[in-house]
Design a protein around this ligand. Sequence first.
Ligand code: SAM
Length: 288
Amino acid sequence: MGEKLGNPKNTIEVIQKYGFAFQKKFGQNFLIDPHVLEKIIASAGVTKDDMVLEIGPGIGTMTQYLAESAGRVVAVEIDNNLIPILQETLKDYDNVTVIHNDILKVDIAELAEKYNGGRPIKVVANLPYYITTPIIMGLFESHVPIDNITVMVQKEVADRMQEGPGSKNYGALSLAVQYYAEPYIVANVPPNCFIPRPSVGSAVIRLTRHKDAPVQTKDEQMMFRLIRASFNQRRKTLQNGINNASDLHFTKEQIASAIESMGLPPAVRGETLTLEQFAKLADLLVEL
Ligand code: SAM
């Protein structure tokens, strides 16, 4: 069996052997700390019954750890320079499939069907930070059967995912993540655990999919439109935010009356509302 990656020496050796040049546009910061890798795998709770989707395997460091714990690993990598490297670093693992594609163009529900018979999958990744939000939102909104998502993200984004009303980081991402999942910050990870070092701090966050949504709404799509409308224009009142949204068509009077019947002041700002209040507001407005 070839040498295990996940430490600075072996990682640098592979990079030099292939003359690999890091591409900033793909958010390439490779993990070189075995403790962090072990912690990610353990907190994802990966077992031999699991199919794991890895987004952006890089040179295959975390993929090796995943292959040892999971039943099957499907890894999607965009950079064609990494494909021959992955063929070598993963050659000893017969439960790994590497797909050369952009994750945002992959039908993940179809992968879950093909490789896991449609049963819930786990997603584990050291994410490319430039597309963290579209990846996470895409996974939730596309109804892929998911158990949990355990990912390395920018520290500030991890904080945003678990904040509540009143915090400066609270936003549409916090509400969306909390509607679909239970967030838990597993570890903070400093820049020296990567090569090259990122300019920001990182954190591993686990998002465990709710079995039942924590709030009930008659119209999920309306609730998310209201959420986006109120955070798109942070300094505006909730009423003006909804009134100015191009995809919402309520009169000022209708909005004011819904806000009043919730017992909220007329000049309330959207960022003070809880998920439950957004659900209630959506129900009131769709009933008009
Ligand atoms: N998993 C490796 C590790 O931990 O060392 C690499 C992580 S690195 C932060 C992000 C990886 O995602 C890179 O390999 C990069 O090429 C890949 N990537 C970037 N954009 C992608 C996309 N749209 N689809 C698939 N992979 C992508």
